[in-house]
Ligand binder design. Sequence first.
Ligand code: HEM
Length: 293
Amino acid sequence: MRHRHIAGLINVYEVSDPVEIKAVGDDPVIDRSFETSTCPVNWFLLKRSINALSFRGRRFPTMEPRQCSSRARAQEQLWQRLNEQIPDIKAGPVSLAPIAEWVKGSGRDDAVGILTQQLLGGLFRSNFTATQETWAAALVLIKAPRSWNLPMLFWWLTTGKLKRAKAVLAGQVGGDLSAVNAIGIAVHNIVKGLHHMRALYADTSTRTALSPDAAAKQCLRAPVSIYRQSTADGTVLGIAFKKHSLFVLNIGVASQIDDGHSLVFMENSWSRCPAALWVPAMLEGVWRRASEK
Ligand code: HEM
């Protein structure tokens, strides 16, 4: 764990080791309550994320604290609903045909974004329609929480570009922020994985050697990082920390190394992704459909 600390300016712990990420993630004092009354660099990092990942005064579920009961209820309901669909999606149904065709090499390289957004939006609204506009909105949204391009962020703030992007996405899913997270943020992790799958498929020997399950495993991609903040002074891994310290958990890197695979979806944590079983099943279905049908 690396501590960047200059008194009165910055107090950030960067965590990249899988064992350390699990320890920080399990600590009851380290949460997603996110208060911005803190030192300037921490304030900027948090404000940038909260601003991007909130809509009309409500935070996205990925920015809500552990004890938020409506968050936990929605997480459980989505988990149940997605898991019921696993046998069907794993088999490679017709709804996966456009993505499977893309994996097989048809269409432009960047066409997979809209196709994946369509699949995810359809989980929440039967009449969801992904368009160039909804995909452009997703490209704006994914950049906003972590970008260091300050002139661009300032421009988006003053012109309302980021707000409009979220309104476009929320308008398609009746303001459901779990759905906005799926079609605006999570979709990019799946798209990254599908690009890898297209490369695997292009190699004929890999295509025949890989089972659907093994192909799906190779195509899981985590978010680059997730944030936590301490709600009180405490100690983790023998290191004392102050209230309002920011913890940046680098799960993107950590999930690609041994012992870190469960971090793709924070599987053993209270914040476990409700799509932790559905996404691998869907990738398996895509590979199965692309290679067998
Ligand atoms: C490759 C695809 C995906 C990856 C890698 C991923 C990863 C994650 C991770 C790591 C978290 C935990 C965040 C934290 O601990 O702060 C999370 C939370 C969440 N994910 Fe996913 N996700 C993916 C796809 C999806 C999809 C498709 C959906 C919806 C259909 C979804 C819905 C959610 C929600 C609602 C939460 C918040 C859970 C809560 O704390 O209440 N995710 N996801």
